[in-house]
Write a protein that binds this ligand. Structure first.
Ligand code: BG6
Length: 497
């Protein structure tokens, strides 16, 4: 695909995300010669910096770049840092942008970026609409000459209502096809591989329905706590921070019907349909039975004391924000009728891992009844991270007399494709947006459909009568009560155990 000459304007350029994700992603694209011939990055924020200071502060100090500096030639690095410029927005983001606009025009002429501008919003979300408005007022959303795109970071809304408001707010100034809502899970190679696993293998798709799938389990575990983000996290919680976006994106790819082709709208239309078919839980009894929340409490991990959630910096000591969320739900359509989905996410679990487990139905007639095989032995495990790969579990005969059945694995790991370079999520997403491919970005109706499902749970957790809040020691697989959700299936599959 062709990447046109263009300028990337980053709002919130002196922030953490720029240093941690965007600069390394751009650097990798630079090394891989994927950046357009004429390319400029203009950082904009409230700090008073010169171009040189910005290059020095953000670019050179980026940990990633530093590590690479040793084996790269100085002028090669300089070629990269020379692409960066900085514009001080003077105090705040709300005053008008004529200064910014002039600077953009000047850089555009000097560097031949063909009036193609990508605006990346990496500021606090309450500024998104204001920035869009200010850009539009100085003519920077108009596509009369060159294209204009807006990349919006998460969180996208705080509830269904605020997400709708944000969508319609942005759409006053930019048209929907110009808006790219980032969900970095969609940039992960293994998340995209879900589509390929399902739709390019005739050995899976025929089984991908209620006739052959017994239930679906998705676990997203992190070993870290809230780290330095206590202030943000305490207003968010696991359901908003991970479930509404990343996990429901994964769910939509597992659930969706085959798209008619691989074009962005073809895929996105099916994802929206999938999200709209999730059965929304409305009454308290259903919500009580099918949702579990919890917080990690202080504990010791490998001899080291670990704080409980309520003791973390920036967190209210009486906080009722969940760091663990588990939800069981059904999908109301022909394909999935009656198949339960179990999805959980948490901080401070034993390890960092994300995986999808498709549990197949047991054979209808068990011949080897006393053979030691469990009736739920057939599983397809899609490991999103780490050790990205796919694993199939199936029964084999133990050599010797009789029919003893044991479980065996067929596995594939991405790391075995030694020559293949796996792009990091932000790298892939940035390149896609630069090329105008929105397949891996969330559309307005997609985001709203996800909130529609999540809103009643949030409301119940906030206002419901018998809502429970469990505790779990930092470093375990969540509260014991988490298993209550799993019905007669026993326990969750804890990856690695
Ligand atoms: C972010 C959340 O969106 O995703 C964080 O805000 C979380 O709380 C992170 O830690 C997880 O991303 P990854 O790619 O490390 O799984």
């Amino acid at each position: 695909k062709k990447t046109n000459n263009q300028m990337l304007v980053i709002f919130g350029a002196s922030g953490d995300l720029t240093a941690r994700k965007l600069i390394p992603a751009l650097f990798n694209l630079y090394v891989a010669k994927q950046l357009p011939k004429n390319f400029v990055v203009l950082g904009a924020s409230r700090s008073d910096l010169t171009d040189e200071e910005f290059r020095d502060k953000v670019v050179n100090k980026s940990r990633y770049l530093k590590a690479k500096l040793d084996d790269l030639k100085e002028n090669f690095i300089k070629g990269f840092t020379d692409m960066f410029f900085y514009e001080d927005l003077g105090g705040d983001y709300t005053s008008e942008y004529s200064g910014l606009s002039k600077r953009i025009s000047k850089l555009n002429i000097a560097h031949g970026t063909d009036n193609n501008y990508m605006f990346y919003l990496s500021t606090p979300p309450n500024l998104y609409e204001t920035i869009a408005k200010n850009l539009s007022e100085v003519g920077l959303s108009s596509q009369q000459e060159g294209w204009k795109r807006l990349i919006v970071e998460k969180p996208f809304g705080y509830s269904l209502e605020s997400a709708k408001k944000l969508n319609s707010g942005l759409q006053q100034y930019f048209k929907e096809p110009q808006i790219y809502r980032i969900d970095h899970y969609l940039g992960k190679e293994t998340v995209q591989n879900l589509l390929v696993t399902r739709f390019s293998n005739s050995i899976f798709e025929p089984l991908w329905n209620r006739n052959y799938i017994h239930h679906v389990e998705i676990t997203n575990a992190e070993s870290g706590g809230v780290e330095k983000r206590g202030g943000y996290y305490d207003k968010s919680g696991a359901l908003r921070d991970m479930f509404q976006n990343h996990l429901l994106q994964i769910v939509s790819l597992v659930v969706m019907e085959p798209p008619i082709g691989d074009q962005p709208e073809e895929i996105r239309n099916e994802k929206v349909k999938a999200l709209k078919s999730l059965r929304i839980m409305r009454d308290e009894k259903t919500l009580f039975d099918n949702t579990i929340r919890a917080q990690y409490v202080a504990s010791e991990i490998n001899g080291e004391k670990v704080k409980g959630y309520r003791e973390e910096d920036g967190v209210d000591p009486d906080s009722t924000t969940e760091t663990y969320a588990a939800v069981k739900f059904f999908v109301d359509n022909w394909r999935w009728h009656g198949v339960p989905f179990y999805v959980r996410t948490a901080k401070r679990m034993p390890t960092k891992v994300t995986e999808i487990v498709i549990h197949f139905q047991p054979p209808h007639h068990q011949i080897f009844r006393d053979s030691g095989a469990s009736s739920k032995d057939n599983k397809l495990i899609i490991r999103i991270q780490p050790d990205e790969g796919v694993l199939i579990k199936f029964g084999v005969k133990v050599p010797g007399q009789g029919f003893k059945v044991e479980r065996a694995n067929l596995d594939f790991y991405y790391s075995s494709l030694a020559e293949t370079y796996v792009m990091e999520a932000y790298e892939r997403l940035l390149l896609d947006a630069m090329q105008g491919d929105a397949t891996l970005y969330a559309r307005a109706d997609e985001v709203e459909a996800a909130w529609e499902f999540v809103d009643p749970i949030l409301d119940y957790w906030k206002n419901g009568k018998d809502v429970r809040m469990y505790g779990y020691a930092a470093g375990v697989w969540g509260p014991e009560n988490g298993d209550e959700l799993i019905d007669d299936l026993g326990t969750w599959r804890n990856p690695g155990e």
